[in-house]
Design a protein around this ligand. Structure first.
Ligand code: 5GP
Length: 190
């Protein structure tokens, strides 16, 4: 998506360790018009798929996923992170290693909000190693829900997670795909 690529080139900041900061429009300050355009593009890509629920993980996925829920006219559910291992029986859960923070979070979704019969689009701001997507997919599988696919704002292709999941048969649509990223600049993949 050209508009997103241009915004990343203009405002994205490359940090050590393969981290891209997009705090001025996606992760701290939010640009609602850009997010609306991104959600509309995901709606075009998933046209005809009977998606009735959007699933993301807190916190940074919520802004884009909320806009996607609006455009798809369906609820957004976000998996909550918990540091405790004492979780109730009323949740679906998975352990996810955080790419940006290093630690492991158990992420959970109340059984009340996800179940068999749901057709889910998993949405996130970034796709790097794929750990967050794998965890959210596992939660859908526990719930007996169908995963229609993933809708990602920014995929860092060089970290391999997206192509590994595609090779396993998952549909993964990313609006900007970064092939390489150095202090000298970014290269996008078509
Ligand atoms: P993965 O689980 O695919 O390794 O990483 C995806 C998650 O880590 C996303 O939910 C996102 O919040 C965070 N993340 C991964 N890479 C980046 C990055 O370069 N910049 C930012 N801001 N977040 C990232």
């Amino acid at each position: 998506m050209k508009e997103l690529e241009e915004r990343i080139r203009k405002d994205g900041k490359v940090k050590p360790g393969g981290v891209l900061k997009v705090d001025s429009f996606l992760n701290h300050q939010i640009d609602p018009q850009l997010l609306y355009a991104m959600a509309t593009e995901l709606k075009r890509l998933y046209a005809g798929v009977p998606i009735n629920k959007i699933l993301t993980v807190e916190a940074s996925g919520i802004a884009i996923a909320s806009m996607v829920g609006y455009v798809f006219s369906c609820p957004l559910v976000f998996a909550k992170k918990s540091k405790t291992i004492n979780i109730s029986d009323d949740v679906w859960s998975a352990d996810v290693v955080s790419f940006t923070h290093g630690g492991t979070n158990r992420v959970m979704v109340s059984k009340e909000y996800l179940g068999a019969g749901d057709c889910v689009l998993i949405v996130d701001d970034f796709l790097a190693t794929g750990a967050a997507l794998v965890g959210l997919k596992a939660i859908c599988e526990q719930a007996g829900a169908t995963v229609a696919g993933a809708g990602i704002a920014i995929e860092k292709v060089f970290q391999g997670g997206g192509n590994r999941l595609r090779a396993e048969g998952m549909r993964v649509e990313s609006l900007a795909k970064i092939r390489s990223m150095t202090d000298n600049g970014l290269e996008f993949e078509n």
